[in-house]
Design a binder for this molecule. Sequence first.
Ligand code: ANZ
Length: 976
Amino acid sequence: MNLTHTKLHPFPHSPPLTHPTFLFSSRSLLPFPRNLNPAHVSPSFLYKKHTLLRYGCFGVSRSRTRSSISEVEEEQKQKPVLVKRAYPFDEIEPKWQRYWEQNRTFRTPNDVDTSKPKFYVLDMFPYPSGAGLHVGHPLGYTATDILARFKRMQGYNVLHPMGWDAFGLPAEQYAIETGTHPKLTTLRNINRFRSQLKSLGFSYDWDREISTIEPEYYKWTQWIFLQLLKRGLAYQAEVPVNWCPALGTVLANEEVVDGVSERGGHPVIRKPMRQWMLKITAYADRLLEDLDELDWPESIKEMQRNWIGRSEGAEVEFCVLDSDGMETDMKITVYTTRPDTIFGATYLVVAPEYTLLSSIVSTEQRESVEGYQDIASRKSDLERTELQKEKTGVFSGCYAKNPTSGEPIPIWVADYVLGSYGTGAIMAVPAHDARDHEFASKFNIPIKWVVTPNNGSCVESGKAYSGEGIIVNSSNLKVGLDINGLSSKEAAYKVIEWAEKVGKGKKKVNYKLRDWLFARQRYWGEPIPVIFLEDSGESLPVLESELPLTLPELDDFTPSGTGEPPLSKAVSWIKTIDPSSGKPATRETNTMPQWAGSCWYYLRFMDPKNSNELVDKAKEKYWSPVDVYVGGAEHAVLHLLYSRFWHKVLYDIGVVSTKEPFKCVINQGIILGEVQYTACKDTYGNYISADSADDLGEYLQEIIPEERVVKSGEFFVLKDNPNIRLIARAHKMSKSRGNVVNPDDVVSEYGADSLRLYEMFMGPFRDSKTWNTSGIEGVHRFLGRTWRLIVGSPLHHGAFRDGTLVTDEEPTTEQLRALHKCIAKVTEEIEGTRFNTGISAMMEFINAAYKWDKQPKAIIEAFVLLLSPYAPHMAEELWSRLGHPDSIAYKAFPKADPAYLKESTVVLPVQINGKTRGTIQVEKGCSEEDAFTLASQDEKLSKYLNGKPIKKRIFVPGKILNVILDRQNVKAGSIQ
Ligand code: ANZ
């Protein structure tokens, strides 16, 4: 079904739905399950079934589309400015940013006093894209900035740097399209990013700024490569790459979509090419083991474990038979994690790219096998191994002998087996592996049961039983193996023991982790420092003294068309001489992948200008490891794994002193766009409630502006018709959806402090959250209230007075209590990275302070210190108005005094003649007399006490007041 059909379109005069006003992709057309409530499912799912209204029909909507952005902007220009500035942030913020810059306030000196504790807090440095910062960036950056400022105030030496991961594909693609040198584009983008970051008041040490594209930086990236090469950890191999014949270039995985090039839609094939590889697999065990020590989110650690994918099993040899069924010299070695199931192996499968395949395949089957190999070469590994995908394969025309049962079994070729894993061949056990079962059922291959579930439960018919259990049908005394009756574990052990004894196999550990393909056929990357002798082709490392090997200038960045990288066009650069032999040589023209520069940048920040060493030993020892590393969950595997690998190599060669680079990693959540409300309509254009839309079959959707929506219980409904339930959903911000919020706009409307505070206040730091403009107005008002409390209301002409309203009076106990409660909470919440609840505590404090007649300086100063990591511009301004000539950034963070944290009052039960008649609230140290007076004044208790003769009073301080009345003098009936 095509979403652009007009059959059900209620607006006959509207143009067909073909322009990009659609909100959702129409790629898949899944049926809409009846039991799903549309109010609870993702609209991308909903849109698989129904038609959309075009944007023009939506009325006023927050949703913008590319074609309508200008209309909406025009409309917004005409709107009156709704938000009145709550305080003069537009004067304060540039003033303090200038101050910090001029005074280099956040510079971490090279020679810090190392007797003080250190705190290294790092953001995943950004790729400076042409789009500039989006509001997702400041989320992590504000959190790290709060931590950095907080720790500085606690007396730590803080390292809080920023830099640029600046090599990358978009700049190169732009260069190809426009001829603009990627360096120009990248530097322009860096300048924009830097000024945007400065406008948010982040306390980076800009003296330490680094960029991966600068030769002084990539000199050391190249140096690390040479160390890897020296240790055999970098090597060359023929590896299949995505080759696009029409574009004449190799494509990165992200440039290939469904087997065709993203640009132009040309077919892409997998073609072996000479590549540089890094032997990360040599570190697989250490990368796995050391994960346990790290204070990282469990989910990332698990993803890394899965990526490394350690599995224990066995390699077993199967002898290939000739056409007469006799054993040949040829063997196929399979890798299996279930040697216990070997008697059930009724066929073998080899991958289409299996190297021995051409010598196995029979003459009759050769053509179909080669045809199959060709088709498989166009598929990615992911496509091939997708479980749901229908299995395909061809018979090789040849058989092998199952070494345990002695039976001949067919050898098939199928792409669900990958050449790059294990041995590229498997023994297929269709009774106990789902993929094998599906394959065997399709091609009528026998299925032999060899495992029964332990608990005797039935096995679902028509399906594989993949669990462990008790072994059956598995004995052949001719080969000396009987595993019947054993558990899967015992049987596996025994099969391995048998295979080792008869020389047919061995125990084997395998990893999913592959060596890292470390070459790109691109211009905009670090040159690989290797030369090739012209006569022998031998590869030699460039001398360390010749580094950096700088990227030559090029005017033409287009691919060469032959698969040779663009650097092959730098003819004079390529030609060189081997300094040791004087022989002519040529340079490597591949460049390093984008991951390279980001693998070790955290080390360079410790010593960014060192031209003799990657990092000075003493500095590294002091600053390592990174204490807190904040970034997006999308880097959970590759970046973090690659840098851990390089770090371990650097550890082995004595460059770094710690086994791991990042002690604690935190992923900030994603910020979704504003919630969008959608109503369902039947084909006549009548609204229908979202919960019943499902029954209709096809239906339409209309975006409803927020003004027409109210909340009713858990749901959102139309204001003028509460029976109509709406779909409420927030979407990832994207240009095409038109829901991107630009931080620059927020800064100019509300100020950087409001943006910082809002991003922290939106919700728990690690969770996904939705942007909400009224939320930012809320925190902006809070800052305004804080300002007015301390500085006073605006004067009649709108400006604010100089100085503050604080007084020199001694604070009251109540004020001290409110302050210290706030200090304790803010401190605890920053330490626990629960920034949102820290802000709530400050809001509570300000509410309490508004009830006081006077604002004692001692209280307000401490509060301003608390506020400063969050809203540094306002805090600096208030701090200076409070009479301090220098920055607040290094002033001691207040400490909570436990004396003020204890609850000051207790609830005291009051008994009269042994019966509890009520309670009174008293100060903790309250005397018997005061307690009695309070009880006599209490509305409920007074009627028992007033005017009554008292015989005795028993008072246990803080616990109870018991009053015994003189009964003889009490008139009957007056008390019970
Ligand atoms: C026989 C068998 C019987 C298997 C059974 C599984 C269940 P992991 O844990 O991922 O290492 N395999 C081996 N090499 C393969 C390749 N190159 N491509 C696709 N599959 C491959 O999985 C190892 C299991 O995956 C191996 O154990 C093998 O199938 C399959 F009841 O061997 B098994």
